[in-house]
Design a protein. Sequence first.
Length: 604
Amino acid sequence: MLVCSIIAPTTVFQLDGQTALDSAWPNCIYINKPVTNPPTESSFTCDYWNLLNGTGTNGSFQGGAGDHFDLRTFVSGSASSNAFTQGSKDIQDPSSWHYSHNPTPDKDTITNGYTAAYTRLDAGDTDTMLILGAERFSVNGDANIGIWFFQQDVHPIPGGSTFTGNHVNNDVFMVSAFTGGGVAPTISVYIWDTTCTGADQAYNSATPSKSPNLVCAGKNVRYVSSFVSLCSDIQTGGSNVSSSPACAVTNQVAITTNWPSPAKGGGTQLPAQTFFTGGIDLSYVFEHILGISSAPCFSSFLFDTRTSQSLSATVKDFLSGGFPECHVSVTKTYTCNSFNADNTFNYSYQGSVTNDGGGTLFNVQATDTPVGGTAVTYNCGSLSKGQSKTFPSAVCPQPGGTTNTLTTSTHPASNVADASAQTSSSGGTTITATTGSVASTDLIVNGVNQCSPRVGIDVSKSCVTAFQASGSNIVVRVDYTGTVTNTGTLNLRSWQVTDAVLGGGSGGGPFNSTALLAPGASICYTNLGVCPNLTAPTGVSSGTPTGAASYFPSSADAFGLTAGRIQFTDTVTATGVASNGSNVGPKTASAMCVICPFGACAAQ
């Protein structure tokens, strides 16, 4: 068996059959908030029903006070509420139950029901404590009360006569009898267990507390144990407070509630023995008695009244409500880490799945779905209460053949992470969570955005003059070449270079290409390769040097004299289109071309 300490429910709640704070009740122990790592506990004034229930609004987290609980739910009923019919039994699946709108006998009618969950530290682990309460309309005769805690959402179908939801293994059922004036209650605990095919001979159906622990009590139901413990006798002048892992108590005197409570005979008071309350250290029951490492967490509950403690007893009135103790949440980050020259962006994601509910979660999975990418599911095993796991990590490993990175042309991009978990190691019910659409953020390194590409282009030019025969004349020819360079961080998917001479004419070209020009790369625009090395010829030349371009200047192109020599000038202009569609440039470069025939001029 696993080792688990007994933590009495009386250490987290005032369970003395009263609704108001009793100054004689000792302080309770609660986990300090905000929760530290590791968490710590301190002594505080106990929570009590008037504080917790407030004015009695239906649902969880209604208008009460206090911040020590994990979850609380209040469900109001009436003196003529719904009742079980057609022989419905607790040992049946809820989907087989039937109900009607006929009133039940006063002593069997539940007018209000409420539950709460608390957490205590237990030798480095935590224990889940369930606190519960209910009111009867009248005390005309004995009655018995039971409460189911379901892992599925079990409730009557509105406007119908049946229920939705089913039992799953390790659903918990507690039965307590209003006998002996309510001063010596016995709480019998059962679980739903489909390995039980019928009642064991050792099970005592008339007096379950006389049965040995862990025997089958019927088909699909296992008897766990019984606890004979009055939570406290403080209300009648005593000083005893139970240290049992489970206890119960009823009010021995009339009490007043802060919430509406329709007791028989009118008024605002609950008559003696109409108020039932109790608690249980659920973790102790599962870990110490059942030998199950973690208690399940629950989704709903149902109080019922019954003719006896027997599991086959006829069930009467009921009151059900949501108890969303199980909860999982998921968060994630989506980061653009860098970009590529083709205007695509490199992303990575990381997330965290957290059990922020009241019990251990099993088969926890996180699925990340980047827009434009492939969904990846991470198996994270189980999560104890309050535990978080990061995906991907050693405890939520990256599946083989997958990655948590993505390259896409979208920027910024979005991503969704979903989580799912089961409430029991045997399956239970499945709960889910989602981040919704998460927008990416850009990585910043030393103040520089790593996903902010820039575009740029540069151009150079060199030229020489030459003489060329043209018929019976000698004319001047200007030879030139140069490079176009991608000075940006994105590919240039096209570029063009034009040459304009002084006076507005064309010096040749245009030169262009639709071949990609990578960042930092240069290419000769006159031959789409390596530029030739131009030198001034020493005689009359016959044509343009290989790989260069040329034009014949007119007198209008003469720029002037330099050291007694005529020179010509013209300008090349480069433009382009980057891989993101942005126009690049214009960028210009000019060159002076001096006439120096037959090498007679001084060196330049």
